[in-house]
Write a protein that binds this ligand. Sequence first.
Ligand code: ADP
Length: 239
Amino acid sequence: MEISVAEAVFEIRDLTKVYRTGDVEVKALRGVDAELFHGELTVMLGPSGSGKSTFLNILGGLDVASSGAVRYRDQDLTNAGDRQLTRFRRNHVGFVFQFYNLIPSLTARENVALVTEIAPNAMKPDEALEMVGLKERISHFPAQLSGGEQQRVAIARAVAKKPEVMLCDEPTGALDSKTGILVLEALTATNQELGTTTAIITHNVTIGSIADRVFHFSDGAINAVIENERRLKPSDVDW
Ligand code: ADP
């Protein structure tokens, strides 16, 4: 029998991050080892301040570690300069944050087109919006959309350039459960249809059941990694 082993696209070794503000030092990460696997969906859980965002930002090249190693495929991100990190983010990573950061004077289609016009091999804006279930809202402005719909425009904008990696920091943090489910469905659809390696930070422990793998953060470390035998659909999650 052939056993398929997913490839580790991110390899993280003994990662630390210390923030210094004046005389105050905060150890945000205290020696994290982890792997993220090709095409998998990883959910990152843990209390506020446990280091999840710091970790995600370092994976995405938005921040740099204090020590340790981060490798994305054949790229060493630890020793990368600003230009290499910018190229890495631009070519490989889509970000989704808690707040949608859409441009109010542009329609959904135009918000997505801002990215697709400059990215090589991008999807058409309409295709990306259809993938997140917003076919009927393409010509709407952000103010005419609900919070969940705005977040799905932000997801369409992030996936339209067909990134290999999607990093999502509390994408449902500002949403009620019903709209949160639609947002998670948009993320699982892009994960499955495009094979995008996806990581989602959330406070909501039950969301862990939609993942292939769950990282439990505590006090700057990952103290447990749980592999789910099967993934639940977001609509089957008990919020
Ligand atoms: P989480 O995402 O789990 O809430 P964070 O990664 O945001 O945790 O934060 C981890 C720790 O690092 C916290 O104590 C936080 O206050 C601190 N921290 C995060 N970003 C900064 C920063 N830019 N400057 C100083 N301290 C920071």
